[in-house]
Ligand binder design. Structure first.
Ligand code: ADP
Ligand code: ZN
Length: 610
């Protein structure tokens, strides 16, 4: 291939081992190379890093990258150095000698990329150093940190607006995965990116399969999902409470999985250790509260499971987005039930927030619940929530894959509503269902509810169907729970037309599910020989990673190993054609992997240690 007139493409091939640019990468890179400023909005895993790494490599001077977390910088620098890029990070963990060396390399132009925290960049000494150094560009990663309304606000980010004044000839590129228009405007204004071009990508994550399961025995459901679909994959399990995190992690560990808890109640050292094991290990499951996630760049997280309902669709999108950054198939699995709806409603009602804030929170919860109860494509609804249209149903969510049956629930719903009314709107679901089914509970007799007209009128339906019905009534706002936190059911205005027989109600049918057959997942192969080869390649990667003290994915991504299994490259040249095998990695690791690939051609090949 002739690269003479295309240094960016040459760099993509040689350094990163990739064949083509993705999405808008090409446009963005050209724009920066020509000296323009840019704001880049791309979902997690969209490929933001290359947008500044390649221009930094092809322009003269050093690319200066501002990043909010030391852990993130370290990861990026490790990965770049493995690919043969001269990258460094200047942070508080550097010794004086190391820092001096980095400064020297910077001044002599022997550094391609320098990563810095904002506070370090803003120090007078650093700015003066940069006055004298050739600078290729400034990249401001996680640019939404300038937003005072966001969760990740970092005051120092506000001062980054000085870069434009002080270094007028140096292009600036701000990047974020936060989609909403208000944050976008804030970034442009606060970073004084007056002439920046804005590049917005689709926020769809097509490789993530969205699934929502009604809760039965949650633990069994989770275990079936993990055992059948992710027997040795890394994943994250989110729970609402610390207690549930601890219990779930201990239980998964007792089932033989490498599962670790992570929440704000654990000592900082334990948290650090668990995060480290998650990043460096293979197949580790982190069970966490939402405290876990920011700054997790692990590309091969194969699943994100929610055992409790997220508070909003924004949170759901962000948390599930941590799966499948490498573009391989990944699962977003959510179990939710009646109690989730009640608990979250109560959390909002009882919070300290003022009424306006509570209204916003309730609205977000409604949107989340509506998403759970969808009978149409989940991806279409999710993207629509973020202002994006998807023309066709996606074919990669549960409602697309197993169309939902609905049933006419008008009559049972009216029975349920009138039973709530007849019992005085003073009882929870358990009690109301008992009355409906004509239960023998002693409380019913004591309250005289065995004499009401609704006693026993629902005996024809099993309790599970009633629970599903109450959950859907709650989710649709036809019923609500009291604000004091007792969980008593109350009718709402919206339920009147139904009670009066003026409207009907179609609900999801739940219960007997067709047994989903075990699906081929990203790193599971149908052919046992393929599986054995993949496992052998993975062991080789593991060993190299340990020797180099880096996470396995820094050596090669899963996607690269999968392609090796599919293509079976036989020599260096063929190996160079595999996605993710750049010049430097070929040189360093080519032989080790070719050895394994060549033994696998012999019929006598048996993986060791199995
Ligand atoms: P982001 O920062 O947007 O979350 P990254 O920059 O970490 O995403 O990229 C996500 C993954 O996609 C990385 O594993 C990266 O190596 C890979 N990637 C990025 N661009 C390409 C490309 N053009 N071809 C193949 N893989 C790519
Ligand atoms: Zn779909």
């Amino acid at each position: 291939m002739d690269h003479r007139f295309d240094p960016a493409l040459e760099c993509l091939h040689r350094v990163f081992g990739y064949h083509d640019f993705r999405g808008r990468q090409r446009e963005i890179i050209d724009h920066i190379r020509e000296g323009g400023d840019a704001l880049v909005l791309m979902p997690t895993g969209g490929g933001k890093s290359l947008c500044y790494q390649i221009p930094a490599l092809v322009r003269s001077g050093t690319g200066v990258v501002v990043s909010p977390l030391i852990a993130l910088m370290k990861d990026q620098v490790d990965a770049l150095r493995e690919a043969g890029v001269r990258a460094a990070s200047l942070d508080s963990t550097r010794t004086g000698a190391e820092a001096a060396r980095i400064r020297r390399d910077l001044l002599t132009g022997e550094l391609d990329l320098l990563y810095l925290a904002p506070e370090r960049l803003l120090m007078d000494s650093t700015l003066e150093l940069l006055d004298r150094a050739p600078t290729a560009l400034f990249a401001i990663d996680e640019a939404h940190c300038v937003s005072q309304w966001g969760h990740d606000f970092r005051p120092e980010y506000l001062q980054l607006s000085i870069l434009g004044e002080r270094f007028p000839g140096v292009p600036r590129i701000a990047l974020t995965a936060t989609a909403d228009p208000r944050t976008r405007q804030e970034i442009l204004a606060r970073l004084a990116l007056n002439r920046a071009e804005v590049f917005v990508s689709s926020f769809d994550r097509p490789n993530i399969r969205y699934r929502v399961t009604p809760k039965g025995n949650t633990r069994d459901q989770l275990w079936r999902f993990i055992r059948q679909e992710h027997p040795d994959d890394a994943g994250i399990v989110y729970c609402l409470s610390r207690k549930r995190v601890d219990e779930t992690a201990a239980w998964l560990a007792s089932q033989g999985r490498d599962a670790l808890p992570y929440h704000a109640g654990l000592p900082a050292e334990t948290r650090r250790l668990h995060q480290e094991r998650f990043l460096h290990g293979e197949g580790v499951i982190i069970v966490a509260t939402i405290a876990f996630g920011m700054g997790i760049d692990k590309p091969d997280v194969r699943f994100v499971a929610h055992l409790d309902l997220p508070k909003s669709l924004e949170a759901y999108y962000q948390e599930t987005g941590r799966a499948g950054r490498d573009g391989l198939p990944a699962n977003a699995w959510l179990a939710y039930g009646l109690q989730d709806v009640i608990t979250l409603r109560q959390m909002v009602d009882q919070s300290e927030a003022d009424e306006a804030r509570k209204r916003v929170e309730r609205g977000k919860l409604e949107a989340m619940l509506a998403f759970c109860e969808l009978t149409t494509c989940r991806r279409q609804a999710l993207l629509q929530h973020f202002g994006e249209e998807l023309d066709e149903p996606c074919g990669n969510c549960d409602t697309c894959l197993e169309p939902v049956e609905t049933w006419d629930a008008t009559e049972p719903a009216r029975k349920a509503l009138s039973c709530i009314y007849r019992t005085g709107q003073r009882f929870g679901t358990g009690y109301v269902i008992d009355v409906l089914r004509g239960g023998a509970d002693e409380r019913i007799r004591r309250n005289g509810h065995h004499r009401t007209s609704t006693y026993g009128i629902g005996a024809d339906l099993p309790a599970a169907t009633w629970r599903s019905l109450f959950r859907q009534l709650l989710a649709r706002g036809l019923v609500t729970v009291d604000e004091e936190g007792y969980g008593t059911l109350q009718l709402t205005e919206a339920s009147r037309p139904l009670l009066r027989g003026e409207s009907t109600l179609e609900l999801r049918r739940e219960g007997v599910k067709r047994r989903a057959k075990a699906k081929r997942t990203a790193t599971r192969f149908d052919d046992p020989d393929d599986q054995a080869l993949f496992d052998a390649l993975r062991r080789c990667r593991r060993q190299l990673a340990d020797e180099h003290g880096v996470p396995p994915y820094v050596i090669f991504h899963d996607a690269t190993l999968v392609e090796m299994v599919e293509q079976r490259p036989a020599d260096t040249e063929e190996l160079a054609g595999i996605t993710g095998v750049g010049e430097r990695k070929l040189e360093r690791y080519g032989d080790a992997f070719l050895d394994i690939l060549s033994t696998s051609h012999h019929p006598a090949y048996r993986p060791s240690g199995e």
